[in-house]
Ligand binder design. Sequence first.
Ligand code: SF4
Length: 291
Amino acid sequence: MRYEGNLYRPPSEARSLIIQATIGCSHNQCTFCSMYKDKQFRIRSLEEIMEDLETAKKQFPKVERIFLADGNALALKTEKLKEILLKIKELFPECQRVSIYSGPKDILRKSLDELKTLNELGLSIAYLGIESGSDNILTKINKGVTAQEITEAGKKIMASGIKLSATIISGLGSKENWEEHALASAKVASEINPDYLALLTLLVQPGTKLYEDVNSGKFQLLTPKEVLKETKVFIENLDLDNCVFRSNHASNYVTLAGTLSQEQDKLLNTIESALEDEGDNFIKEEGFRRL
Ligand code: SF4
């Protein structure tokens, strides 16, 4: 296996074989993101990807999960993705799921029929960073897409049969726009109604534009209790059907997990308890938060 640079994968892919279909992220301009700053984006050749799969077969005869990285591996042409999925079926017939990082524009570039075909060939989960549902905030973080485009992309994945795991980042609206962030993000998430919804908490990484803005005072970070207040408004305004909600990432101050909207009250009670606790016993210390 020839991995290039640092590898990133969602926490739920901890047991997956990672195959780099792309190197880096084709956008690579979000102000908060440091993940692929050291990489020049490129799509790997089919030969390289196939070689990695063959090598993996020799090292790991049984592979049940495969994650296609880097940043937005769905940027690959559909024909190429089809060949990769067919090769996975041939080499690892026991593989139960193939998942992928996807960007909104890459999803929108594919037709619904193309996405359905990829699903039929084994692509089972797409990870999509919504980050925020507010156009104002999406512009500030330089996400390169509108809330409408993200909504359309998310809905398209849902319609294709591929399961959708979406993420939103708490704190991304700063002190100035926290409420707008909570309300607009709840609206977009509710419209998409993803299978899985993760709420991460903003971590400021050195080397990013956001890091400079925080240091210069241009961007004001929320305190842990302000993050919880924002989370409360976000959850109160979600209207989801059978969505697995998780806010249990290493970046989060308080662990939340439940099925929404069925367990909305349980999550809100947990937040309320943490907000009322003057000793901050429920809140993870800053030094223990990480990406
Ligand atoms: S957040 Fe996603 S789209 Fe934005 S630069 Fe990072 S990997 Fe690329």
